[in-house]
Design a protein around this ligand. Structure first.
Ligand code: URA
Length: 211
């Protein structure tokens, strides 16, 4: 597994405003979209392409197109939905599937309640999007699910991660073809499983407190 923590002043500035408890939902959603686009740029460095040629008004030019099968984006419901616009802005031809995984507030264990993904993911590059990599339970389940169905590679894009979560995912996936891209790697998890300093509950900050 590879871990890439973004190192760019624009990403750091946007993460700072996201963290601020005074940032209202509309601005939080807009900033999330911008941040995800920047992280997608980093996360797609290995996206599969094939050579094509086009004709400009001046003459022939060599170029590239995204390869088939198309990349698959998997937002983890509900907070991952807030990241969808930012990634589809850069990957408009990607397909989108959905996984609904909720944490039990007592045990912090993940529980799958929705699944809209193709059964066969052979040869696909899968981009899992979930804002907060906390205990890692949700990501571990999601990664296992897509690898079992034949995914070639899994790239997880998270706004903020905790060292405990990164270590848990690494222990679970071993040397599988998995990359985690983070906007920030924070200090630790608190006793309620929240990332410190983090930004609070990402789903609530994106969408309000309705469940
Ligand atoms: N989920 C969140 O939304 N925030 C955290 O800090 C941890 C998990």
């Amino acid at each position: 597994m590879r871990v890439h923590v973004a190192d760019h002043p624009l990403i750091a500035q946007k993460v700072t405003v996201l963290r601020d408890e005074r940032t209202p939902s509309p601005q939080f959603r807009q900033l999330t979209a911008e941040l995800v686009s920047l992280l997608t740029y980093e996360a797609t460095r290995g996206i599969r392409t094939e050579k094509i040629s086009v004709t400009t008004p001046v003459g022939p030019a060599d170029g590239v197109a995204l390869s088939h099968p198309r990349p698959l984006i998997v937002p983890i419901l509900r907070a991952g939905l807030g990241m969808l616009q930012g990634i589809t802005d850069l990957l408009p031809t990607a397909e989108v599937g959905f996984l609904g995984i909720k944490r039990d507030e007592e045990t912090l264990e993940p529980h799958t309640y929705a699944n809209r993904l193709p059964d066969d993911l052979t040869g696909r590059q899968v981009y899992i999007i979930d804002p907060m990599l906390a205990t890692g339970g949700t990501l571990i389940d999601s990664i296992a699910y897509v690898l079992e169905r034949g995914a070639l590679e899994v790239i997880c894009i998270c706004l903020i991660g905790a060292p405990e979560g990164v270590a848990a995912v690494e222990a679970a996936v071993g040397d599988a073809n998995v990359t985690i891209v983070l906007g920030s790697l924070d200090s630790h998890l608190n006793e309620k499983g929240y990332i410190v300093p983090g930004l609070g509950d990402a789903g609530d900050r994106l969408f309000g407190t309705a469940n």
